[in-house]
Design a protein around this ligand. Structure first.
Ligand code: BT5
Length: 237
């Protein structure tokens, strides 16, 4: 099958945010265009949070034009990151909905954004050889820190692009069941007590399942509750 992800590559030394750049060009480039930058001056997480993006890490965004807007697109990114880390000998797991953790700390975060009917941007930040700032050391790690040596950023990049192509291919073919079951296998939260936080409410319960729509199923004192991702944050208790 013809590759989609990486058909066109845009490499930058510096940018505000690869997601912002990708949004600016989305309408004029083919699906699968990858924007990658050595450093971001205004890298972003969800809800306007900062994403620290010094040189040495992998900061990229993919322009996608899927036939439907689907919150499960974020899983395509998370699964591709987990496979990439495995290809470099690092065991990792997914903290639903958008984090990848290794050695008990966050090594990667995914940010999907889009305009219905036009494009979706899949942004991925992966700490590779970059330094982790002091204030994040307790909660963040990098491939270099785990392996005890630097790895080739371009090898990591090409491996990730290949893995993204694989999982996006399944997504396009409607194989959501496989995507969600892979996500469950690699999940680090199932069976754990968690707290879900969004603008309006907080919910505490045991994470018992991720259903086929990608929603997290929590067992709470008041019964089972489905949490659709959108904009929620999850903390371990
Ligand atoms: C995320 O948000 O985890 C999504 C991060 C997406 C970053 C990529 S890089 C390429 C593309 N361009 C962008 O501008 N963004 C995407 P969230 O779940 O909201 O987590 C944000 C939190 O992670 C911050 O509040 C920090 O606590 C922490 N953090 C910041 N920088 C980090 C880093 N380099 N490594 C690990 N954790 C970090």
């Amino acid at each position: 099958m013809e590759r989609i992800i990486g058909r066109k590559l845009i490499t930058l030394d510096e940018v505000d945010s690869t997601n912002e750049y990708a949004k600016r060009i989305a309408q004029n480039v083919p699906e699968g265009t990858v924007v990658v930058a050595k450093r971001q001056t205004a890298g972003r997480g969800r809800r306007g949070r900062n994403w620290t993006s010094p040189e040495g890490g992998l900061w990229l965004s993919v322009v996608l034009k899927p036939p439907r807007v689907d919150p499960r697109l974020v899983f395509v990114g998370a699964l591709a990151v987990v496979d990439t880390l495995a290809d470099f000998g690092i065991e990792s797991g997914i903290k639903w909905p958008n984090d990848v953790w290794a050695g008990g700390r966050k090594i990667s975060g995914i940010l999907t954004e889009g305009k219905a009917g036009e494009y979706s941007i899949l942004g991925i930040g992966l700490n590779v050889n970059n330094a982790i700032p002091e204030e994040l050391r307790k909660m963040a790690t990098s491939m270099r820190e785990i392996l005890g040596r630097e790895v080739s950023l371009s090898e990591v990049f090409h491996t990730l692009v290949g893995n993204l192509d694989h999982w996006y291919g399944l997504f396009l073919n409607g194989r959501d069941g496989e995507i969600v079951s892979a996500l469950k296998e690699r999940s680090i939260i199932l069976g754990k007590e968690v707290r879900i936080i969004d603008d309006k409410a907080e919910l505490v319960g045991r994470a018992v399942d991720i259903d086929v729509d990608g929603a997290l199923v929590l067992e709470t004192p008041g019964g089972r509750v489905r949490v659709l991702h959108g904009d929620v944050s999850l903390r371990f208790l």
